[in-house]
Ligand binder design. Structure first.
Ligand code: CP
Ligand code: NVA
Length: 312
């Protein structure tokens, strides 16, 4: 059975920690490492637009000695031109590993059930695990430790926020969601998180100032995600007081960093002065997608030995 990277709830917290440490080691080693995935081929199937995820995956497999083939969702026509399972069985004959960006999370799950190769969730409506794990690597790199830190996510309880909430639980980060009441996490998500990580702290605040107070990391994302464009105008009024601007960021801890998965809507969820300001680490954050995904590809294709010695 191949390994998959679809849902952080099913991911081992000890492996998560080793993976972010390995990603940092990959970054530090630079070009001095052997080509660990020489001759391997990564398929990329994207039903939604992407810049960072697509390019960082293509760059990651290329740097490791392999190659990538990009497939547009409308050309493949999953569930329209052919069934998800037929696609999964056939693509497994051509490539060694598949990264998929879909609307429905169920599509990624079905691909993982039916493919004979590892499947990576490159963003679904429910989650964005590659982003969240790369962000944990960024916090480790910039602050020296993730455990015990507080991450305040200001805005929509969306795919990125949910994956950050699960990654935080796995790695000992205190998670705060500051959002308008109707945009909080659904109860089934909160119950699943509490069931899997009963001791992991989480706080939902509707006052953004209370949410950000004392945080070590302040994070935001767009108010309307891909597929929700028709709600964008309506959401602007609901989220108006949740913009991360200098005044709000000023309530965080003195050394706090600002993160955003990007792409950003300047003047909506974040002011340009914050995005371009001294606390913003969004470029380092985007760069780390490459290193985390190099580590992830190695782990999925080569197993635990790719992560080096098991720590006690
Ligand atoms: N952060 C992120 O996933 O960006 P893209 O949508 O450009 O891939
Ligand atoms: N929440 C955003 C993230 C984009 C990287 C979306 O799904 O559009």
């Amino acid at each position: 059975m191949p390994r998959h990277f679809v849902d952080l709830f099913e991911f081992d917290p000890a492996i998560a920690r080793r993976l972010i440490e390995h990603a940092l080691a990959v970054k530090t080693a630079g070009s001095g490492r052997p080509l660990s995935l020489k001759g391997r081929c990564l398929g990329l199937l994207f039903e939604k637009p992407s810049m960072r995820t697509r390019v960082s995956f293509e760059a990651a497999i290329t740097r490791l000695g392999g190659s990538a083939i990009f497939l547009r969702g409308d050309e493949v026509g999953l569930g329209v031109r052919e069934s998800v399972a037929d696609f999964a069985r056939v693509i497994s004959q051509y490539v060694d590993i598949l990264a998929v960006r879909t609307f429905s999370h169920k599509t990624v799950e079905e691909l993982a059930r039916t493919a004979q190769i590892p499947v990576i969730n490159a963003l679904s409506d429910a989650s964005h695990p590659c982003q969240a794990m790369a962000d944990m690597m960024t916090i480790l790199e910039l602050t020296g430790e993730v455990r015990g830190k507080t991450l305040a996510f200001v805005g929509d309880g969306n795919n990125v926020a949910r994956s950050l909430a699960v990654a935080s639980a796995m790695l000992g980060v205190n998670f705060v969601l500051a959002c308008p009441p109707r945009y909080a996490f659904p109860s089934d998500f909160l119950e699943r998180r509490a069931g899997r990580f009963p001791d992991a702290p989480i706080r939902i605040e509707h006052d953004p100032k209370k949410g950000v107070a004392g945080a070590d990391v302040v994070y935001t994302d767009v108010w309307a995600s891909m597929g929700q464009e028709h709600e964008a105008e309506n959401r602007k009024s609901h989220f108006a007081k949740y913009q991360v601007d200098d005044a709000l960021l000023g309530l965080a801890s003195p050394g706090a960093i600002f993160l955003h998965c990007l792409p950003a809507k300047r003047g909506e969820e974040v002011s340009s002065s914050v995005l371009d300001g001294p606390r913003s680490q969004v470029v380092v954050q985007a760069a780390n997608r490459l290193y985390f995904q190099m580590a992830l590809l190695e782990w999925l294709l080569e197993g635990d030995r790719a992560l080096g010695e098991i720590r006690p």
